[in-house]
Design a protein around this ligand. Structure first.
Ligand SMILES: [Zn+2]
Ligand SMILES: [Zn+2]
Length: 294
């Protein structure tokens, strides 16, 4: 592993500072996400989750059939830490005066007056809670995407810790051949080259990172070099965008060997929207819905 992966709040601050000076156009956005990501990392030290136990025979069956360890609805979250983070995130959103201010204000009022039960919000996210979100958002007269963003951001540290605990069940000796997350089955939102150039995919939901083959489209499992391409720019050598001609999807890749600055994957995801635009102009679409994963 390279040493420039950001793991602490201090590292995130440094990562954000470097990105703001490299790409000033993202300054406001980075100011916002820097605070959210630091709040999330800090919240991890308060999280207590009893590790999920999976019997050995189930583990072998799952490994043999390429099933992820759990379904999304099996994730355990620390509801107390998530509630505290929810309030903190709403306050960050309010201070930043962006598009989501009205939603954050309404969520805070909803919690104070008992109109919103945060735990129901958290768990509805696991159960494909689109209709619940829609109903809650309509009832509060707020944007449902803003509500989903605030909710997901509040449970993300728990998801990440839970995934870390579960990853001890994964077989370190064999490469996971599938494109979806071996822990939760979600698709990757990013890929990374780390260390000697090993490729890792980063789950768009639980943020677990797992090693993969270098040539592999995670969205259709294509491994044919003739139909897997990428583009990059000389000015930003640490990025490339991998394109699959077979399914017409793309994934952004960060090459940590090409830069000395700290890399915090969620920050890289939000400060490379110009690459998403470029890939889409070339006729490719993102393999995951943009916007809610970060
Ligand atoms: Zn995952
Ligand atoms: Zn593909």
């Amino acid at each position: 592993m390279t040493v420039n992966i950001a793991l602490t709040s201090e590292h995130i601050k440094e990562a954000a500072k470097a990105l703001k000076s490299l790409r000033p156009v993202y300054k406001d956005m980075l100011d916002f996400y820097e605070q959210i990501f630091i709040a999330q990392e800090d919240s991890k030290s308060h999280i207590q989750i009893e590790p999920i136990q999976i019997p050995d025979d189930i583990i072998s069956v799952k490994a043999k059939d390429n099933f992820p360890l759990i379904n999304i609805s099996d994730f355990v979250i620390d509801t107390k830490a998530s509630r505290d983070l929810l309030i903190q995130i709403c306050n960050i959103v309010k201070e930043m005066k962006g598009d989501m201010v009205v939603s954050a204000q309404a969520v805070l009022e909803g919690i104070e007056t008992g109109k919103i039960d945060p735990d129901s919000l958290f768990y509805s996210l696991f159960e494909g809670g689109a209709s619940f979100f829609e109903k809650t958002a309509t009832r509060l007269e707020i944007d449902k995407n803003a509500l989903a963003f605030i909710t997901y951001s509040s449970i993300k540290p728990s998801l990440n810790i839970c995934a870390g605990q579960l990853s001890t069940y994964l077989d370190k000796e064999s490469t996971w051949e599938k494109g979806y997350c071996p822990v939760c089955g979600s698709m990757p939102g990013l890929s990374m080259f780390i260390g000697e150039g090993e490729r890792f995919f980063v789950c768009s939901f639980c943020w677990h990172q797992w090693p993969s083959k270098r040539l592999h489209c995670p969205f259709c499992d294509n491994t044919d070099s003739k139909t897997l391409n990428y583009f990059y720019s000389e000015e930003e050598k640490e990025y490339r965008v991998d394109l699959c001609d077979s399914c017409k999807k793309y994934i952004k890749t960060i090459d940590t060997r090409e830069t000395q600055r700290y890399i915090y994957p969620p920050l890289e995801a939000v400060s490379t929207l110009h690459l998403d635009i470029k890939a889409q102009e070339k006729g490719f679409e993102s393999g995951v819905a943009l916007g809610l994963q970060i």
